[in-house]
Design a protein around this ligand. Structure first.
Ligand code: PLP
Length: 382
């Protein structure tokens, strides 16, 4: 309640993104919204609530921990799935509560099957296969055990999906690797058919795959970054709008990160600003201090690089970003005073600090920058 900054989520823009994605994909396949990493920093509960209001019913997170944190937000008819980390105790929790989870090796499989039998409740699982990312998923040498276990415990499981994850479809340079992964997946699906393993859906597509490899949308896609109005990469954005013959982004960013001016100060020519000697004034300057630093997710790499908006104008960060504060130069912005609104990311007047500019300066991916925004910054839906 006394936070030094807050994040606004523009519900109207989010609805517009959701509607666009629905119009683009929903006829063909189910859309699962990926809300891991606290919904890429936007706030998982807030985002889930807004999406539910727009008739989205399927949500995915990385870990059992993340699923647990949003479980109360789930409605009876919603699907909630864990795409990654789940340990043995958490498997009981998931089965008892109808939470779906990816099973990606024999150990997890056996545990899931035994637990389901013990609880007399079917485990809702997704079999994840290794196809070349070399991270998670069943390997070929596990198939004999996999098939025999599935047969032995057929009544204890409901195979919601078979899936894999593709390694870097947002970049054209990975084209061959992605194609070969898709080919491996197709082969695995054929093997499952031969073994009469029945399942509900196939899914391999994240945002970039859904855009670039339409045939790989199968029965479900797992959309993360696009719902937040951002693109998997600049390349995928340019390719997409070019292919659609338009030059405007059909998606809209929904996040604005705001703080306020804490104090102002005049500094004469020839003074160093803040810690160390990274910024020397070469004329008389007026500075404003903002109570946001790297502990709040404002990267130290933005020292002498970042920009914020005050009174509709850009103010450059001068000196180093501190743990809890940063200093900006407001000499050219008349009458800045304590309490003035500061926009760290987003729009103010007709100026915008884009996530990509911010991310580039700090050498972070847009995914990284957003998901690192601390949980304790309040998320406010506007
Ligand atoms: C994060 C993730 C996604 C979503 O990726 P986007 O590029 O944000 O669409 C999909 N599937 C898995 C397994 C993921 O971990």
């Amino acid at each position: 309640m006394f936070e030094t900054s807050f994040i606004e989520l523009d519900s109207r823009r989010y609805y517009s993104n959701l509607a666009y994605l629905k119009s683009k994909f929903a006829e063909e396949c189910e859309i699962t919204l990926v809300i891991k990493g606290n919904a890429y920093g936007h706030g998982a509960k807030e985002i889930m609530g807004l999406a539910q209001g727009n008739d989205y019913k399927s949500f995915a997170v990385f870990s059992a921990d993340e699923a647990f944190q949003i479980y109360d937000q789930r409605r009876e008819t919603d699907r909630l799935m864990i795409m990654g980390d789940i340990d043995f105790e958490q498997i009981s929790w998931a089965i008892e509560n109808g939470v779906e989870f990816f099973v990606n090796n024999t150990e997890v499989l056996i545990c899931a099957l035994k637990t389901a039998r013990k609880l007399s409740k079917q485990a809702k699982i997704h079999l994840e296969f290794e196809t070349g990312m070399n991270r998670l998923g069943f390997e070929k040498d596990e198939f004999p055990t996999l098939f025999s276990s599935l047969e032995d415990y057929a009544g204890d499981i409901d195979i919601k999906g078979v899936c894999t994850h593709l390694a870097g479809a947002e970049s054209m340079t990975n084209f061959k690797r992605i194609r070969s992964q898709i080919a491996s997946f197709t082969k695995i699906c054929r093997q499952l058919e031969v073994k009469k393993v029945s399942y509900h859906q196939r899914h391999v597509a994240c945002s970039a795959v859904a855009l670039r490899f339409p045939k790989s949308r199968y029965e479900m896609i797992r959309l993360g970054i696009l719902q937040y109005g951002l693109w998997p990469s600049h390349e995928s954005f340019i390719e997409y709008i070019t292919s659609m013959g338009r030059d405007l982004d059909p998606l809209q960013r929904i996040i604005t990160w705001k703080s306020r001016v804490m104090s102002t100060k005049n500094v004469s020519k020839g003074q160093y600003i803040g810690y160390g000697t990274s910024f020397l004034t070469n004329s008389n300057r007026r500075l404003a201090v903002i109570p946001v630093g790297y502990t709040n997710g404002y990267a130290r790499a933005l020292s002498n690089q970042g920009r914020v908006l005050i009174r509709g104008q850009q103010a450059p960060v001068v000196g180093t970003v501190n743990m809890n504060a940063l200093t900006v130069d407001v000499t050219d912005i008349p009458s800045v005073e304590s309490g003035d609104e500061v926009v760290l990311i987003g729009k103010q007047g007709d100026q915008t600090i884009t996530i990509s500019s911010f991310a580039n300066f700090s050498e972070q991916l847009n995914y990284e920058l957003l998901s690192r925004l601390p949980r304790d910054i309040p998320r406010i839906i506007v």
